[in-house]
Design a protein around this ligand. Structure first.
Ligand SMILES: [Zn+2]
Length: 194
């Protein structure tokens, strides 16, 4: 699928990747084999998208953000640097990964703050984790195979396989590799809750 027409400059893009005509993939971005970038999405310079990852419509992947292979980033999600996503991460529609714990547009005297006037704190999403629709991850980490409920606001690190919901998100249980809530052992995947 060589329908990439919106490429700007020198981009390392696999022949088997697909970029919608309205998407923007910036200089120095890397798109692996079988990657799809749908309408009106932006992949910033230096971002690295692993093989077979799908980036839906209207997404923003910030500068130098790595996204592991086989991930799914649904429509309208925004991932701000310096985030990192492991393999097989599911990002539901309209999820935001923030990067600023002390946001200000200006100083007290009204001077506009620039990129070097603040410290970015990125999110880390580990392998297999899933972020429900409309959730917000605030400068923290989500462990492998954890599940964040739709609409949650995550302000503290989430343990691997934890199920968290609410604002602020709190752990209410555990999920197995299948994404099912389990109390004992999952009959399908064999994962056992602690
Ligand atoms: Zn299971």
């Amino acid at each position: 699928m060589s329908e990439a027409v919106a490429i700007r400059g020198v981009v390392d893009i696999s022949d088997s990747a697909f970029v919608a005509p309205t998407a923007i993939v910036e200089d120095g971005a890397h798109l692996g084999r079988g990657v799809k970038v749908w309408h009106f999405s932006q992949v910033r310079k230096g971002a690295s998208i692993g093989d077979n990852t799908i980036i839906g419509k209207g997404c923003f992947i910030d500068e130098s953000v790595p996204v592991g292979e086989g991930s799914k980033i649904q429509n309208g999600s925004e991932i701000y640097a310096p985030a990192s996503l492991g393999r097989g991460v599911f990002v539901g529609p309209h999820v935001v990964l923030t990067n600023d714990l002390h946001p200000r547009a200006v100083a007290r005297d009204g001077a506009v703050l620039g990129a070097t006037d603040w410290h970015a704190t990125g999110c880390r999403i580990d392998e297999g984790a899933a972020l429900g629709a409309g959730s917000v991850i605030v400068c923290t980490s989500v462990g492998a195979w954890a599940l964040v409920g739709a609409g949650s606001v995550v302000t503290r690190p989430v343990a691997p396989h934890a199920l968290v919901v609410g604002n602020p998100a709190r752990q209410i249980g555990w999920v197995c590799y299948c994404g099912e809530r389990v109390e004992g052992e999952c009959e399908t995947c064999g994962w056992r809750a602690p």
